[in-house]
Design a protein around this ligand. Sequence first.
Ligand SMILES: [Zn+2]
Length: 206
Amino acid sequence: MPRSLAEQLIDAGRRFDARGWVSGTSGNFSAVSNRDPLRLAITRSGTHKGELTPEDILEYGDGRVLAGDGSASAETALHLEIVGARGAGSVLHTHSIWSTLLSHRYAELGGLAIRGYEMLKGLAGVTTHDHREWLPILENDQDMARLSGEVGRTLAEHPACHGFLLRRHGLYTWGTTVADARRHVEILEFLLESVARSKESASWRS
Ligand SMILES: [Zn+2]
C-alpha cells in the first residue's frame, strides 16, 4: 500500500486522540489503496489510535488481511459497506463523548437534524449555514453482518448524509481522501458538541 496513506491515518489518529475522540483502543480508520480489486489500508484491532505505527496499518482485501500482522478492526465490514455505497476513499470512526450522548438522546427519532451553523459548510457540497444535515442514528449491534446490512439500508435511504451515529457508540464519516474524511470528523464532532452544549446551557437558564 502507498506509505503515505498509512502516514495519513497515523496522523489522523494523533489529532483525534488529542481531542479525546479515540480513547482507549476505540475508533478505527481506513483508506482505499486500490479500487479494483478493492484493497483497504485499515487499522489493526486493539491498537491505541493516538499511538499508531506503520505496522498497525494492515492491508485488507478479498475478506482477509493481505499484509501485516494481526486482525483487522472488528468493524471492517462497516468500512467496506460505506466504501461500496458511497465510493469513499477513506472512512474514519470516532468514539467521542458528545456523539455517544447525542446518539442515545435522539435514538428514538432515528437521527439528529443539524441546521444553522456556519461549520456545516465544511461538509462536502454544502454552501450555506442554512443546510439541514440529517445524521441518522442506528442501534448498536455486535453482529457486524447484520449491522453492515443496516448501514447499507441507511445510506440508501439518506443519500445526502455525510455520516451516521451508532447508538451509545460513536460517529462514522467518510470522504474522497483521508484529508476529506478527517475534515468531516472535525466538522461533525464540532457540530455535535455545539448541539449538545447548547442544550445544556439552555437547561442552565431554566
Ligand atoms: Zn466503534
